[in-house]
Write a protein that binds this ligand. Structure first.
Ligand code: ZN
Length: 301
């Protein structure tokens, strides 16, 4: 399989690009310049894909520091990112290397497949903050702070198109398990802010599906429900050191990859050995029958 990047125009000024790993990024083209919001995992020649769409100068903007959003930026000289999310480059490079190996095996990628982190160099960064505006000529982007998935997550409102490019600020399986993720309550405040933005559509980092402002209500329900649910232990399949506590709100049988799925993974809760504590009060406790977390579900996604 070839590591081709596909692109599709989704608005007058907006193109959605996708890589073979299922990541998405967005190119917003004005009359004077263009902005590339996120850059995916760095599999395939993103810069050439962008240059097939526009020959205008391109400003790269990153929603957050994760490898599946920043690796393609290694083909560009500079990238804007929040100051809070700048400084994870080494960590993301090491994740990216491991993902490259996994993708090569999964898709049987040929020798010499284009990986941006190998072909390019870490971009110079400059810092984006709330309210920053970028005039593209005939279209404007405005940066909004969307803490949750990472503390320094940013979104970019395409002002004329009334579209929010939100990265991973809302996802069907919402991930708040990273060290620098916020609490569920703080993410809920981000959802409230998003509901107040002058946008009709929310375009995210891993889906072709366009979400709407109305969809925010289901994420708010998720944020309110998750703390009432005991949850189950969760571990990332590709990067097993990533762990958390999974709360699935959708009914059984809902496709976890569908845009309707609603689940949340928060940071692992301290291991509460309810079963073990109970055993201590039981004089004839059987050690083999009660070993482990009371809230363990054993899920591995
Ligand atoms: Zn992310």
């Amino acid at each position: 399989m070839e590591a081709a990047i596909r692109s599709r125009q989704v608005r007058e000024h907006v193109w959605r690009l996708a890589d073979i790993a299922g990541n998405r990024c967005y190119l917003v083209v004005g009359s004077e310049r263009a902005a590339l919001v996120d850059t995916m995992e760095g599999v395939g020649d993103l810069r050439s894909a962008v240059e097939r769409i526009t020959d205008l100068p391109v400003t790269v903007l990153l929603t957050h520091h994760h490898h599946d959003h920043v690796a393609g930026a290694y083909l560009f000289e500079s990238a804007g990112i929040s100051a809070t999310d700048d400084g994870f480059w080494e960590q993301e490079e090491s994740f990216n290397k491991r993902i490259q190996v996994q993708l090569s095996e999964k898709y049987d990628l040929p020798e010499g497949t284009f990986f941006s982190t190998e072909r390019g160099a870490r971009p110079q960064t400059w810092h984006v903050s709330e309210g920053m505006e970028l005039d593209l000529g005939g279209e404007r982007l405005r940066a909004v702070s969307l803490p949750g998935h990472t503390l320094g997550s940013m979104g970019y409102v395409v002002v004329g198109e009334r579209v929010l490019l939100s990265g991973d600020a809302v996802t069907p399986c919402m991930t708040l398990f990273y060290d620098d993720s916020t609490s569920i309550a703080e993410w809920e405040r981000t959802l409230e802010r998003m509901a107040g933005l002058p946008v009709d559509a929310i375009l995210t980092g891993h889906y072709d599906h366009e979400f709407s402002r109305a969809d925010l209500a289901s994420w708010r329900r998720l944020a309110q429900w998750a703390p009432t649910d005991p949850g189950m232990r969760w571990q990332n399949f590709s990067l097993p050191e990533l762990r958390g506590c999974l709360h699935v709100m959708s009914p059984d049988g809902t496709d976890p990859d569908s845009p309707e799925f609603r689940a949340l993974i928060e940071k692992s809760k301290p291991r509460v050995h309810r079963a073990r504590r109970a055993r201590r009060h039981r004089p004839d406790g059987d050690a083999s029958s009660a070993d482990g977390d009371a809230d363990a579900g054993g899920a591995s996604v």
